[in-house]
Design a protein around this ligand. Structure first.
Ligand code: N7H
Length: 468
């Protein structure tokens, strides 16, 4: 792959920084008229937000927030809340079927991407029936059809995003069929930056070498873990058009929040006990404070302090403070048996956003979900088998991960999947007896489907995919 100097102006903004968003729409589409699409794309490219622009937008938002006295820590992370700045972003990505429809038939060198997420559903543990090539995941019908691409539209308000989406659709009109559009929204008020179970999200993402500045406890990953053709990825054989692109995973994950809360309360017997058990499932308290620093009570000041809230390591073979099964320990077992350099190869850049309404009083009282809500999970990497797929199948679903943990941790209680929804047994949930097993009869996160996409660089969009 011939390498031009690295420039933020060549990379789409969601990959390296995350498009700033209060709300986001994902418009999934099929390409019906290839030549028309390639011509239309020429006119769409000026709307695509680069990493350079995104960096500028984030800096403007932070400066404005500082000027008007809004804490920059509140809800910062993978979702930077614009608050008072009008900002929008547009990115575009293609499935393997989409690339081949456009005529880019040379494979990118990632077999999971090439086969698509539907072929991976059984391996990921998504609920379904059958086996092998006849596996039928219980996905939303929207994701069972052939998807060629997705446009990501972000902004400070529904008005901004709707207006931008209309422009995108107008520009592509006649060449694509809109399959479906999903809206994600940052949660309101004091839940800003928190996902629907109530835990602060978007705290820990790795820095990319030569792109980000480091916060205490943050790991720096090789550029090639995020971008094709850069860093260690430059020695791999890739098509020239892959340079500065990345693989995006999209997953619609529904969350059963009232059921989760009821389980914790019933099992722990008190609200304080439920809070502790929930924190042990995650590895952090709802404020974001890590158990490794504050093991027995939440600490909101610590949770909000970006200089301290990610500055910890797990103690190998010791789950007194944080269980081996805890979501963040399964996903990034820093300090456990994997050497740091190895662990960094498996880091992903997360860019998700919650979807669905707040839990209603009726749902709270009944302990039963009646309106769908959850997380529109998005992450970037250059190798799905080393990134998302390994994290979900090899680590979250693997009862024995992290290796060498005793007693056997069991699955990640939040995202660990068994395709038949069978009971899961975990240890480490009880702080006062970490070897006591706990049987989880329910799953509180279910995959409703998704797809794997390639997010091309701006030069590839301009010079290879678009046609003047
Ligand atoms: Fe997770 N949650 O609320 O519990 N996640 N996640 N995730 N996740 C993290 O550090 C959550 C999911 C990772 O560096 C936090 O930003 C929920 C998938 C990784 O220490 C919280 C869902 C995958 C990290 C949650 C969900 C991951 C991470 C702590 C689904 C990959 C960084 C806040 C509905 C396969 C770990 C933070 C680190 C952190 C939650 C999904 C991966 C609160 C509810 C599918 C790599």
């Amino acid at each position: 792959m011939s390498v031009t100097p690295f420039s933020l102006a060549n990379v789409q903004g969601d990959v390296l920084f995350g498009l700033p968003k209060q709300t986001e729409k994902f418009m999934f589409f099929r390409i019906d008229e290839v030549d028309g699409f390639r011509t239309n794309l020429t006119n769409l490219i000026p709307l695509i937000t680069t990493a350079e622009q995104t960096k500028g937008n984030i800096s403007e938002i932070r400066q404005t927030k500082a000027r008007i006295g809004i804490s920059t820590l509140e809800g910062d992370g993978e979702t930077v809340h614009p608050a008072v700045v009008t900002v929008s972003g547009v990115n575009i990505a293609f499935s393997a079927k989409g690339l081949s429809k456009i005529g880019l038939t040379e494979t990118i060198g990632d077999s999971l991407f090439q086969s698509g997420q539907r072929a991976d559903a059984e391996g990921l543990g998504d609920e379904g029936t059958g086996t092998g090539s006849s596996y039928q995941p219980k996905w939303d019908a929207d994701f069972l059809q052939e998807i060629h691409g997705v446009a990501l539209i972000t902004g400070d308000s529904h008005e901004t995003v709707d207006e931008k989406l209309k422009s995108v659709k107008d520009l592509l009109s006649g060449s694509i069929k809109e399959l479906h559009t999903i809206t994600g929204d940052v949660r309101p008020d004091d839940q800003k930056g928190h996902e629907h179970f109530g835990y602060k999200d978007g705290i820990s993402n790795p820095a990319v070498d030569g792109v980000d500045s480091l916060k205490p406890g943050q790991a720096t990953i090789d550029q090639g873990t995020a971008l094709f053709g850069r860093g260690a990825d430059s020695s791999k054989s890739r098509p020239a058009w892959a340079l500065d692109g990345s693989l995006m995973v999209f997953r619609k994950l529904s969350q059963q929040v009232p059921e989760f809360d009821k389980f914790l309360l019933d099992t722990a017997g008190s609200q304080a006990g439920a809070d502790l058990m929930g924190a042990r499932f995650v590895g952090r308290w709802k404020s974001g404070a890590p158990l490794m620093i504050s093991p027995s009570a939440d600490d909101a000041v610590l949770g909000a302090d970006a200089e301290r809230n990610n500055d910890f390591r797990f103690v190998r073979n010791d789950q007194s403070k944080c269980p081996f099964h805890a979501h963040i320990r399964k996903m990034v077992p820093r300090g456990d048996s994997l050497p740091d350099e190895e662990l960094k190869k498996h880091m992903i850049l997360r860019r998700g956003i919650p979807f669905g309404p707040e839990v209603s009083e009726a749902e709270k009282t009944s302990g039963t979900t009646s309106s769908e809500r959850g997380l529109l999970f998005v992450c970037y990497q250059t190798n799905l088998a080393d990134g998302f797929k390994l994290l979900q199948q090899g680590w979250a679903n693997n009862v024995a991960f992290p290796p060498g943990s005793s007693p056997t941790p069991g699955q990640d209680p939040l995202i660990g999947q068994t395709k038949d929804e069978s009971p899961r047994i975990i240890t480490g949930a009880f702080a006062n007896d970490t070897s006591k097993p706990l049987t989880l009869l329910q799953h509180w996160v279910d995959s409703k489907g998704g797809e794997y996409f390639f997010t091309p660089s701006i030069p590839t969009l301009k010079n290879v995919i678009a046609k003047a």
